[in-house]
Design a protein around this ligand. Structure first.
Ligand code: 9G3
Length: 576
């Protein structure tokens, strides 16, 4: 491709409303341009990278036996009413009416659509397992779209759906997709983790998220430094911390803690560490149920774990008036003593081992010291309620320690079970002619988000450093002075030779100063570069520059071509 005939509107200054590096660089490199909040034009350079990643996804999905199709972006409300999700989702589901006043939505995902197709076409056990996938535009009306393609409202997703006769073969389909995802993200040269994840509102029995590690990631994940355990913090299991030294239980004693509302104030006031305190939180369900959660003062409640252990759909902190009604106490002095008959009390596993703890007395400005669960109050149950922290021991191998990372979710795979096949009555006849419900799985990859995540992980102060497999071009050929016929002839010769070898080459034939060309080529992140200049040519040499390492090789043109070809082929060889 000739740079002078292409369209790469690079920009020097960093856009003010771009908060993360990938958003800044994708704008500056002329890869995307915003049309509206969370809605982007994919400019030519951005589209080339998106298409490269899609090709890798297609290759691995096809290799796993999935079959590509394409579903509509516009979906009829009736299907969502059948699945019960039309009323479940709020403003995030973009709804509209057609000319006949029919209700539709812009598809945020396609469980209903694919299940509707399958319930009409798949009627026998002989037709399964089968897995359909598409690469298609989705719309989710996020409240706060930001970070460019990382959290857009309209975005490209690869979504796949597997259909099986039972949960065992469904597990097999899940495993196939899991392995395909590992290959996809490895082939892109990304540093990622597959982590156990919460299934969220989608339902189903289990799920894994694929997280690209990056400090700008919105998710927190943990991984064990000894075994392969890794989980989203939302789901990561924590162990009861070793019991505090066995000390004798002292008599319960109520003490004044004037205006000491926070755990830290109370602990400081009493000259104790927050580890000796128990914090009391009250949560409510949408249906008006309440629960009291007890945690060690220095731990954080994981609301998803609390919601899951209660089996609630939604969860929120109780209002001040609810708290006053239930406990008679203002916030900051809450505790379970004397309230067992009024509210369910669930304590985190670590609280069980605490001795002589400080806890709210359900009275303004009063706390108990030397509270001992089991003696002074017995919670209704103990559960894993807290967020794991770095340094916690691994819940799987016991000897490893957990490390916390920030991650960008680029993929999510779910075991759906019969959640959609039941509500949409997608059944099949088994070998005995008996009607059975189909078992499903669903598997998503954010296409644009993965390209953005790759940039988050691969950039420096000069711009993007594309991994070769998803680079818009493998190599650029920069002619230093386009006025010099010898230089242009040699540069064109290398450009055509590399193109004929099947490489994607950007020939920077612009009549621009070398500095401008180098800055642009650094910014747009082309991984390899050949620089042709009259001085070098006089010595029969050209420069090969490797963007990632900054290494510069001085080689004869033929050798330069061969070196580049080998580097690209090596990077593209799918390592499986
Ligand atoms: C909606 C809206 C937003 C949503 C959903 C539905 C997320 C929704 C979960 C999934 C699960 C999997 C197939 C590909 C992989 C992910 N946000 N989810 O169902 F109506 Cl507005 O999409 N779907």
């Amino acid at each position: 491709m000739l740079y002078s005939r292409y369209f790469i509107p690079t920009v020097k200054e960093t856009p003010s409303d771009a908060e993360v590096v990938s958003h800044q660089l994708m704008l500056r490199a002329g890869m995307i341009r915003k049309l509206a909040a969370g809605i982007y034009n994919y400019l030519p350079l951005g589209l080339r990278s998106i298409r490269k990643f899609e090709a890798i996804v297609r290759e691995e999905m096809n290799r796993a036996g999935a079959i590509e199709m394409l579903m509509p972006a516009v979906q009829p409300a009736e299907l969502w009413q059948e699945s019960g999700r039309w009323s479940f989702y709020g403003k995030e589901l973009l709804r509209f009416k057609d000319r006949k006043d029919g209700e539709f939505c812009m598809g945020p995902t396609h469980e209903e659509v694919i299940t509707d197709m399958v319930r009409r076409e798949i009627k026998s056990y002989r037709q399964m397992p089968i897995n359909f996938y598409q690469i298609q535009t989705k719309f989710r009306d996020e409240i706060r779209p930001r970070f460019g393609l990382m959290r857009g409202r309209e975005f490209i997703m690869k979504d796949a759906y597997s259909f099986d006769v039972d949960s065992t073969t469904a597990d097999g389909s899940y495993e196939l997709m899991f392995k395909a995802y590992m290959r996809i993200f490895e082939r892109c040269g990304l540093n990622f983790r597959a982590v156990e994840a919460d299934t969220g509102s989608i339902g189903g029995s289990s799920s894994h998220e694929f997280m690209v590690l990056a400090d700008s990631g919105e998710d927190a994940i943990v991984s064990c430094d000894a075994c392969r355990y890794a989980a989203n913090v939302e789901k990561a299991e924590s162990r009861a911390l070793e019991k505090s030294v066995a000390e004798e239980q002292l008599p319960l004693h109520k003490t004044a803690t004037p205006d000491m509302k926070t755990i830290v104030d109370v602990a400081q006031f009493l000259g104790l560490s927050t580890e000796r305190t128990i914090k009391t939180l009250i949560y409510s369900s949408e249906s008006g149920e309440h629960v009291m959660a007890l945690l060690r003062g220095d731990h954080e409640l994981n609301e998803i774990k609390l919601k899951n252990c209660l089996g609630w759909d939604e969860i929120s902190m109780a209002t001040e008036e609810d708290i006053l009604t239930i406990t008679g106490s203002p916030i900051g002095f809450l505790g379970p003593l004397g309230l067992l008959s009024k509210i369910t009390v669930i304590a985190d596993l670590t609280v069980e081992g605490m001795v002589n703890a400080v806890i709210g007395a359900n009275e303004k400005d009063m706390h108990y010291v030397n509270a001992n669960l089991g003696r002074d109050v017995t919670p209704d149950r103990f559960a894993d309620l807290r967020n794991v922290e770095a340094g916690d021991s691994c819940p799987r191998c016991e000897k490893g320690k957990l490390e916390v990372w920030r991650g960008i979710e680029v993929g999510h795979v779910f075991k759906l079970g019969t959640k959609y096949s039941k509500s949409l009555n997608a059944t099949y006849l088994d070998a005995d002619g008996k009607e059975q419900v189909i078992f499903m799985g669903c598997y998503g990859i954010g296409i644009g988000r993965t390209v953005a995540a790759a940039i988050e992980q691969n950039h420096d102060e000069n711009g993007i450093i594309f991994p070769i497999p998803i680079a818009p071009f493998h190599c650029s050929v920069v002619a230093l002075n386009t006025k010099d016929k010898g230089v242009m002839a040699a540069a064109e010769e290398m450009y055509f030779t590399l193109e004929k070898l099947g490489l994607d080459v950007l020939f920077d034939d612009r009549d621009e100063r070398p500095g401008v060309k180098f800055k642009d080529n650094d910014l747009i992140g082309i991984p390899l570069r050949i620089v042709v200049g009259s001085k070098g040519l006089a010595e029969g040499k050209v420069e090969v520059k490797i963007r990632k390492s900054g290494e510069v090789l001085l080689l004869p043109p033929e050798e330069a071509v061969e070196t580049i070809r080998l580097m690209v082929m090596e990077a593209l060889a799918s390592t499986f």
